[in-house]
Design a protein around this ligand. Structure first.
Ligand SMILES: Nc1ncnc2c1ncn2[C@@H]1O[C@H](COP(=O)(O)OS(=O)(=O)O)[C@@H](OP(=O)(O)O)[C@H]1O
Ligand SMILES: Nc1ncnc2c1ncn2[C@@H]1O[C@H](COP(=O)(O)OP(=O)(O)O)[C@@H](O)[C@H]1O
Length: 172
């Protein structure tokens, strides 16, 4: 039987760099012939989480579904990378409790930098009042108090952050 996979859980504001960093790490792990899967919140919301909104309850349901799939994959030795805002401490506690290989990565980036990036134009919409419950603007983000790793995407490069994560995993 395969050893339990790691679950690298990237949490942070929209535009902080969760997806970009997770995809970079995924490619590095694939290059090392490791079995790896990336579960991206934005993508899952088009499929198994379709129809869920952004109230606290709906976000919790979203995270529960992601935890379930991540657990199935990790059980079979796949390293799973999750990129989802996961704004409430309660959600991250839930994921840590359910997933044996859980490793929390706080993707730290100041709100004003995320807003400056505004990758999808959502911050502008939220500021115009066209989006409700927008994390960081009209909805909370509980700063992780005990993440396993903190990376900063405003002051460190993708390559530097990738190296920190791989070193922590014990990979090269
Ligand atoms: N109101 C509101 N608040 C936050 N984010 C919003 C919202 N509406 C749409 N989006 C888009 O949805 C993506 C976040 O989905 P997640 O599944 O990661 O969110 S959560 O973990 O359930 O809180 C998020 O993706 P990322 O930008 O990649 O974080 C946004 O593109
Ligand atoms: N050091 C960095 N690490 C990750 N992303 C960065 C970095 N510097 C700038 N960026 C940019 O920030 C944006 C982050 O977007 P994305 O990865 O979609 O964030 P999220 O998934 O958290 O919403 C991308 O346009 C990316 O190119």
């Amino acid at each position: 039987m395969s050893a339990q996979g790691n679950v690298l859980w990237f949490t942070g504001l929209s535009g902080s760099g969760k997806t970009t960093t997770a995809a970079f790490v995924r490619n590095e792990l694939l290059a090392q012939s490791r079995r790896v899967e990336l579960l991206d919140g934005d993508e899952l919301r088009q499929t198994i989480c379709k129809g869920l909104g952004f109230t606290r309850e709906e976000r919790m349901e979203n995270i529960k579904r992601i935890v379930y799939v991540a657990g199935l994959l990790a059980k079979h030795g796949v390293d799973v990378l999750v990129s989802a805002i996961t704004p409430y401490a309660e959600m991250r506690e839930y994921a840590r409790e359910k997933l044996p290989g859980y490793m929390e990565i706080f993707v730290q980036c100041p709100l004003d930098e995320c807003e400056r990036r505004d990758v999808k134009g959502l911050y502008a919409k939220a500021r115009r009042g066209e989006l409700n419950h927008f994390t960081g603007i009209s909805d909370p983000y509980d700063i992780p108090l005990n993440p396993d790793i903190t990376i900063c995407t405003a002051s460190a490069s993708l390559e530097q952050n990738n190296a920190v994560i791989l070193a922590r995993l014990g990979y090269k």
